[in-house]
Design a protein around this ligand. Structure first.
Ligand code: ADP
Ligand code: MG
Length: 701
């Protein structure tokens, strides 16, 4: 069978070299296999025939049976069109062609029964279909498409070259005729049987030419399951492999650092979620396997504390640690809060960023090598080759998605035995996505906020309520609170009339004049030193209002700030809005988030704003975000490259199938970790093919 599926598409009847090239370039379809795995995006039920009398304006597609009673050529030039009068005896429908007039007038005849299909439009109470699909009602073609008809995405270029969805359907038909009877099963027979699934061949036939709605469901299920199953098998196998290959440092003891801190320095009671996660991490670091763990926790859930306690366990076992943050502000902040948490404890903690002085760097490098430096906090500066540890045992990475996989790997190489790795992210991602994108990691979740936090009160105002917004700001400042005002753009955009930061700053300065008020401003184009200085003034409470772009999005902690105003909020993505809102509500005070927007909102913007107003739960927000944008666009997933070659599954919708697929993959690997047993032969071969990063039709047989 391998030969057939890998046959070039140009040999398929009706395709030829010219169309083949276009299919290559537009759809990445090179072989029959590629074509057959180019799945429809929707189906239209063509089992139903309408009477022309029944047609109304709101039917998306209709199918009618009848005869043409006459045709005439109307108009001239670009307006020239062929109009056919079509009737089933109940009423008249006009069929109109602007293109291919000659061909149509020669082939379409009066008096024969036709099946006509298309989108009806109304003009002067007369319904018509422009460029209908038309087949003789007892023709081969109408039988092929007589039931549930598949539709394929095409492009402008495909259409201009007469490759419409309909043509693709015909190609599919010929391709399937050719390979029918020779498509080999791609999953073990025992598994197909156990799960009661359709065979691969039947599934592929039914995905393009469903014999019934039930068959279509089964075909979709089979193909989705298979797709997700192999991704999970690959990830779990990878994890298994890594566990075998890399021994981890064994942190068996919890000693004085951890205990002194826990009993003497802990400034608050840990939440149950924090306790649970610390336990998970401690257990994982004690097994002798290298830990690769993702820690998900909403903004403000207290991840820093978990990181610190994990690091103290490493110290207790004679190892060094580092914590890497994506920006200098964040690195500083982590450093300061850890310093405060540790108090007088004898832990040597240092900070390394781009602005660390040369002389200090020298000390740091030396102390790292001789082992006297215990915890190093920093930015990307940590990745430089000159930064070498004596015995690096644990690496903590904050805000994962700003770092790529390759950067993770660079930290790994800083010790002969790779250190344990804890990746922390404050952008919750939906569970299905986590299972796929981070499927080779273990995942811990802090799903609880420290006690006493009041949910942030979020409202949506149209821009005409700005005066009320300012009144509210005044009241809050009078109570001693601080305010963020965030704008989406840094400089005036020619096309879009969005509130811009500088204009906003001037406006805010007028409403809140000195000396009663003072305002800071930060944006991405500022020099880092100046930016930090402005941030610092706000943090110290010297300014009451911080006017900013999204540079403050990640992790900045000013507990006294209680109001987040987001201008042109319709411009922001959901996860960004959630991150921004997370800057407030960090203290004990009731906090507020005000989303200002213009009057014109797209349905997506409206949904985003409504979601923000209705919930504070980052995971819920992440789910909505995924549904709105599709999994491929969710922050933090681009670099993985895994989930987004999905041909048929949708992580936003197929969570249950995914879970089932993962469970099955787990069970199989549990009893046959290397997939050596004969009945799992196919699985092993498929994994090898997947490693080459594409399904190689030739290697499956
Ligand atoms: P994030 O998970 O967003 O990084 P942080 O670690 O910055 O959150 O914690 C947010 C704030 O909550 C910090 O001021 C931190 O000291 C505080 N905090 C953390 N854990 C607790 C707790 N169990 N009880 C009270 N406050 C806590
Ligand atoms: Mg944080």
């Amino acid at each position: 069978m391998s030969g057939l599926l890998s046959q070039e598409i140009k040999f398929l009847p009706g395709v030829g070299p010219r169309k083949a090239l276009i299919l290559n370039q537009e759809l990445k379809v090179f072989t029959l296999g590629d074509l057959i795995y180019y799945f429809p995006y929707k189906y239209v039920d063509r089992t139903k025939f309408y009477l022309i009398r029944e047609i109304s304006g709101d039917l998306p597609y209709i199918q009618v049976k009848g005869r043409i009673t006459g045709m005439e050529l109307l108009g001239a030039g670009r307006n020239q069109r062929l109009v056919a009068c079509f009737t089933d005896g109940t009423a008249i429908l006009e069929l109109i062609w602007f293109q291919g007039i000659k061909f149509v007038s020669q082939t379409v005849k009066t008096g024969i029964e036709y099946v006509v299909f298309g989108k009806p439009t109304a003009f002067n109470n007369q319904f018509s279909i422009v460029h209908p699909e038309i087949d003789e009602s007892n023709s081969e073609a109408s039988k092929q498409t007589g039931f549930i008809q598949a539709f394929y995405n095409t492009s402008e270029r495909l259409k201009n070259n007469f490759i419409h969805s309909r043509n693709l359907l015909k190609f599919q038909y010929s391709a399937l005729q050719l390979v029918k009877g020779s498509i080999m099963e791609s999953m073990p027979a025992w598994l197909v049987q156990k799960l009661g699934m359709m065979s691969l061949e039947l599934a592929l036939i039914n995905i393009h030419f469903p014999s019934s709605p039930q068959a279509l469901k089964q075909a979709e299920y089979r193909l989705k399951f298979e797709e997700l199953f192999y991704i999970q098998l690959k990830l779990l196998h990878l994890k298994e492999d890594r566990h075998k290959k890399f021994k981890g440092h064994i942190f068996e003891s919890v000693g004085s650092n951890f205990n002194d801190f826990f009993y003497g320095h802990l400034p608050f009671k840990l939440t149950n979620a924090q306790k649970r996660v610390v336990k998970e991490i401690r257990k994982d670091m004690g097994t002798g396997r290298q830990m690769n763990r993702l820690l998900q926790g909403d903004v403000g859930s207290g991840k820093t504390m978990v990181a610190l306690m994990s690091m103290l366990i490493a110290l207790d076992n004679g190892f060094q640690c580092c914590l890497m943050a994506p920006t200098e502000i964040l690195a500083n902040q982590h450093f300061t809060s850890i310093q405060k948490f540790l108090g007088e404890m004898p832990v040597n903690l240092k900070l390394l960023t781009g602005s660390t002085k040369k002389s200090e760097r020298a000390v740091i490098h030396q102390e790292l090598l001789n082992g006297s430096l215990n915890i190093l906090v920093g930015t990307h500066a940590l990745l430089e080759d000159i930064v070498q540890f004596k015995s690096l045992g644990l690496v903590v990475i904050d805000e994962q998605h700003r770092f790529g996989v390759t950067q993770r790997a660079r930290l790994w190489r800083k010790n002969y035995i790779p250190p344990h790795v804890l990746v922390m992210t404050a952008t919750p991602i939906p569970r299905t996505l986590a299972m796929t994108v981070y499927g080779d990691l273990d995942v811990s979740v802090i799903d609880e906020l420290p006690p006493g936090r009041k949910p942030i009160n979020t409202v949506h105002y149209f821009e005409n309520k700005r005066a009320e917004t300012y009144d509210f700001i005044r009241q809050e400042i009078a109570k001693g609170r601080q305010i963020y005002i965030v704008y989406p753009l840094i400089s005036e955009s020619e096309k879009l009339d969005y509130k811009n930061l500088e204009v906003g700053y001037e406006q805010v300065s007028k409403v809140f004049p000195t000396p009663d008020y003072s305002i800071s401003m930060v944006h991405g184009k500022m020099k880092p030193a100046l930016k930090d200085q402005e941030m610092q003034r706000f943090k110290n409470g010297e300014t009451q209002i911080l006017v900013a772009t999204t540079v403050i999005e990640v992790g900045v902690d000013v507990p006294n700030a209680s109001v987040m105003i987001i201008e042109s909020s319709e411009r922001f993505g959901l996860s960004q809005l959630h991150q921004l809102r997370g800057r407030v509500g960090r203290g004990a005070e009731q906090s507020y988030c005000m989303l200002l927007s213009g009057f014109k909102l797209s349905s997506d913007s409206r949904k985003r704003i409504e979601t923000m107003v209705s919930t504070n739960d980052g995971f819920e927000i992440a789910e909505v975000d995924m549904r709105l944008r599709g999994p491929g666009d969710i922050e933090g997933t681009q670099q993985s490259g895994i989930a987004f070659d999905l041909k048929i599954s949708n992580l936003a919708k197929d969570g249950q199938i995914l879970q089932y697929a993962r469970d099955n993959a787990e069970t199989i690997l549990l009893t046959d970790p290397s997939l050596e047993e004969p009945q799992n032969d196919i699985l092993r071969k498929q994994l090898i093919a997947l490693r080459k990063n594409h399904l190689n039709w030739g290697s499956i047989s």
